[in-house]
Design a binder for this molecule. Sequence first.
Ligand SMILES: [Zn+2]
Length: 561
Amino acid sequence: MVLCSDFLTAWQQLRGGQINCQQALQLLRDEQGMLTLSLLDDEVCQRFFQLFPEGQELPPVVPLLLWRNCYYLGSPVALTPDLVQSICDRTLTQVKILPITEKSYRCWHHTRHVDLNRIGDAPLVNPLTGNHDAEDISETTELFLSKADDQIERIKTIIASALRNRASDIHLEPTTEGLQIRYRIDGVLRHVTKLPLEVSRRVIVALKVMASMDIADSRRPHDGRIGEEYLSGDGKALGMDMRVSTLPCVCGEKAVVRLLPRKNPFSTIDKLGFSPKVLPTYKTWLEQPQGLIIFTGPTGSGKTSTLYTSLQAIAKEHVNVVTVEDPVEYVLPHITQTQVNEAAGMTFAAGLRAILRQDPDIIMLGEIRDHETADTAVRAALTGHLVFTTLHTNDAVGAIPRLQDIGPDPSLVSDALLGVVAQRLVRRICPHCSEAYTATDTDLERLGLLPSQVNENPVLHRGRGCSQCLDSGYLGREAIVELLEVDEPIREIIHSGNIIDLHRYLRETDFMSFRQAAIEKVFAGVTSIDEVFRVLPRSALRVPSPQPQRLPPKLVAQLPG
Ligand SMILES: [Zn+2]
């Protein structure tokens, strides 16, 4: 058996006479050419590279051993005899080249060039091709973590790796086996690594220090922000706000880091995910001089993005746009944003009253909770203001009884309301590994469709999983939107207050329900049936009548076949 010590590199073991050269090479490199990076020796590396001044062209090589006046170098490419000779001439030693895998070379290159003191979001660059490197998120994070000297470096490594992989949140959760690290990517949590039990508590304490929290008090929840002194540059260069919160739990303290981009991340209305069928309708609402537009959806449904993107599109020089929010999540240009502060008496209702004295054209009201706010908002929408607000309901139709419960006069609501947008975010199928397949009867059944309603051999898509999408099959997200336009018949139904009539009316018309929007997105290859079922409420996918609903002729014509 080969002697192996956790603390000695292969070269040190070789020099200590514990193993021979052949055994040292076997420790460093397996039969497939994969390197064990932790057993490489920094001194061998240093000695080799100091012979080659900065900027001098060198083929991709990893110094493995220096033994009996011979450098053993690993390389992922075949070197010409001339190249090998030129290295010999420079080092004045013999040189032996051993093939190693490209992946080993890339990993070695990344750990050699990583700056653990800097939180950066630049993607890793493949040293062999110069292209952006698709990384194995767990593997790279663990590799970099193994290089970290202290807890602050560990946290910086974890944050940098989260930023490179488009994560929105980092969860650090104490368990009986250690500190579990997970990232939220495209709305779904993903296990990254587990830090050993002995460093668990120290990592959390270091994070609390970075966020200026009271480290002595671990029995209460805390919140804070990672201070500028820990960010690379002045922190502004990174364009990130990092908010930390802790929660005492049975195994210790759990911490969550939210990564919020400071620059506004909003695109254009066309890219939000509205179906082409309803997008023009939505755009006409935004052109109205007055009226009420309601956005609904749970936290994380992307309604804030839709709201902000829409406000940005219409916030021009000739209009006064004012918001009252809790909290102000992003600072937007050309918009006056105010923050609710209950203690100072700045409630949604007080804010709205103050805004109305400020000659507004467009008002955004973060939330309607009480009768007074609802009443003022509806009246503002009837007197020459375009008003945006949000409500917490399951779907678009649900907003109407909800608003009626809060209590403004139904006749005023029916006159003021332009429409309701309900939305959820679905993950997009990864374009790099998307593959087509023929829909099965089960697939159609899940969507509530009869084979007669679709083309023969209807084609759906799914992501196989690849390095670009971290093997999830999905890359990025977009909204799935249910749009309720208040037309004349709906106005009358709201006025009469009978919601059953509203459901009946919508069944008979070409209403873009969640179900319709989902079917459209699944057949367009944007997302998968599983994803639709993951995010939409079950009630939204139920076929609305005993007979499966007939697809609008336009959609059937669009189905790929
Ligand atoms: Zn993929």
